[in-house]
Design a protein around this ligand. Structure first.
Ligand SMILES: *Cc1c(COP(=O)(O)O)cnc(C)c1O
Length: 391
C-alpha cells in the first residue's frame, strides 16, 4: 500500500495550534488576567429563533410516515436551490437553480472540487489567504504560485498577464484581510482567466457583510464569468451555520473545459461521493432566505460589523494603518514599528491580554500584519478597543 505522498507535503496546522499554545502559556503564567479574544474565526451569536423553530418543524415531519424524508434530491432540494437562485436574482444576478448544488459547507466543496481537475495544473493563489486553497492544492499534487497582497495594492493583488495559471482562487471579501475586489478588478481577473483558458474558483463566504452598494457580491456580476468561474458559498458566516453545516456551489452549465462539462462532472462527483445535506438543515437554510429570515440574520451581521467599526476606529485613533473591517468581519492591521507578526502577537497578548491572529500564518505576504476578528462579544471588543486606541 502506497500513501498519497502529497498529503505528507502539508505543513502541520501550525497557525491555530501555535496561537492556542501561546494563549495556554499566557493563562498558565497569568491565571488572574483576562483574555480578550479577537482571534476567533467562528461566529458566536446563537441561531435566530425562527431558524431553530423551522428545524423543529422539519424534525417533527420526520416522525410521521406521511411527511418522512429519506434520501433527498441529488443536487439538494428544489425548494432550497430555488431560494438560493432567487437570492441572486434579487441583486439582478443571473444564476439558474439548475446550476446550484447544495452541500454541507464551503470548505468541503473547496476540497471536493479538486476531484475534477488534473494534478498537472498550475494554481494561482492570493497571498495571504484562507489556507484551505493551498492545502487542498498541495494534497492533490498541483503547482502553486502566488499573487502577493501588499499595503500598496490594498491586499487586492491583480493578475500578472505574463504569468500563466490554470486554476485561480479568489476570496472576496477576503479572509484574512477583509479587502473586497471592485467590479472592475474582478472583470480584469475574468479577462485574465479567459486569456489563459483558466478556471476561477470564487469564494463568496463573506458576501453578506458587504455594505458598500458598489461592491460585487458574486463573480457572476461580471460579464463572461459564467464561462470561466465556479462560485462557492455557505451559510456559516451569513447565518451562523458553522455548526449546522450548509453551503452551496454554483457550477454553470456553460462551463466547458478540455471538452468536458464541469457541471456534469460535479453532478457525477456529488452523486458518487455525497448523499445530500440533511432535510432538516435544508429546511432551516431555506428559512434564512425568506424575508424574515434575512432580516433576522442581518441583525447579527450588523452586530459583528459594529464590532469591526469599533476596532477600526480604535486603530485609526492610534494612527495605525489597517485594511478591511468596512465590508468584512475582519480587520487587518499593520504591526507598529515594523514588528513581525509573531512578535507583535506576543506584545499584544502580554501587555494587554489581547489575542489576534498573526498575519504571516495566512501566507508569507502577511508578515508584519495581524488579523482581528469581529466575531467576539461587544464587551470584549470594547475593552480591547480601549487598549488599541492607546497603542
Ligand atoms: C469560514 C469560511 C468558509 C466557510 O466554510 P464552511 O465549511 O462553509 O463553514 C469558506 N471560506 C472562507 C474564506 C471562510 O473563512
Amino acid at each position: 500500500m502506497k500513501v498519497n505522498h502529497h498529503a505528507l507535503e502539508l505543513e502541520q496546522n501550525y497557525l491555530f495550534s501555535e496561537v492556542a499554545k501561546r494563549i495556554r502559556k499566557y493563562h498558565a503564567e497569568y491565571p488572574e488576567r483576562e483574555l480578550l479574544k479577537l482571534s476567533i474565526g467562528d461566529v458566536t451569536r446563537p441561531l435566530s429563533r425562527i431558524i431553530t423553530e423551522e428545524m423543529k418543524t422539519a424534525a417533527e415531519e420526520m416522525s410521521h410516515a406521511e411527511t418522512f424524508h429519506g434520501y433527498g434530491a441529488e443536487q439538494g432540494e428544489p425548494f432550497l436551490r430555488e431560494a438560493i437562485a432567487a437570492y441572486y436574482h434579487k441583486r439582478g444576478i443571473a444564476v439558474d437553480a439548475e446550476d446550484v448544488f447544495v452541500s454541507d459547507g464551503a470548505k468541503c466543496d473547496l476540497g471536493n472540487l479538486c476531484d475534477l481537475f488534473d494534478a498537472d495544473n498550475t494554481v494561482l493563489l492570493p497571498n495571504p489567504v484562507y489556507p484551505v486553497y493551498y492545502d487542498t492544492s498541495i494534497m492533490a499534487g498541483r503547482r502553486v504560485i502566488f499573487a502577493d497582497g501588499t499595503k500598496e495594492n490594498g491586499f487586492l493583488p491583480m493578475p500578472d498577464h505574463s504569468v500563466h495559471a490554470d486554476i485561480i482562487y479568489l476570496c472576496s471579501p477576503n479572509n484574512p484581510t477583509g479587502a473586497v475586489y471592485s467590479k472592475e478588478q474582478l472583470a480584469e481577473w475574468v479577462q485574465y482567466a479567459q486569456e489563459n483558458s483558466a478556471l476561477i474558483l470564487f469564494d463568496a463566504a463573506y458576501e453578506a457583510y458587504i455594505r458598500d452598494p458598489e461592491l460585487p457580491h458574486s463573480i457572476f456580476e461580471i460579464a463572461g464569468a459564467a464561462n470561466c468561474a465556479i462560485e462557492i458559498n455557505s451559510l456559516s458566516k451569513t447565518a451562523g451555520f458553522t455548526g449546522v453545516r450548509c453551503g452551496w456551489t454554483v457550477v454553470p452549465r456553460t462551463l466547458q473545459f478540455d471538452g468536458a462539462s464541469l457541471h456534469d462532472m460535479w453532478f457525477r462527483r456529488m452523486a458518487t461521493k455525497y448523499n445530500g445535506t440533511s432535510y432538516i438543515i435544508q429546511r432551516a437554510a431555506a428559512k434564512v432566505f425568506t424575508e424574515e429570515g434575512l432580516r433576522a440574520v442581518q441583525q447579527d451581521i450588523d452586530y459583528y460589523m459594529e464590532n469591526a467599526r469599533i476596532l477600526k476606529e480604535a486603530l485609526a485613533k492610534a494612527g495605525i494603518h489597517s485594511v478591511g473591517g468596512e465590508n468584512a468581519p475582519y480587520v487587518w492591521m499593520q504591526c507598529p514599528e515594523n514588528a513581525d507578526s509573531w512578535t507583535f502577537f506576543d506584545t499584544l497578548l502580554y501587555q494587554y491580554g489581547i489575542a489576534g491572529t498573526p498575519g504571516v500564518g495566512f501566507g508569507t505576504a502577511g508578515q508584519g500584519w495581524l488579523r482581528f476578528s469581529s466575531f467576539g462579544t461587544r464587551e470584549t471588543v470594547t475593552k480591547a478597543a480601549a487598549y488599541l486606541a492607546a497603542l
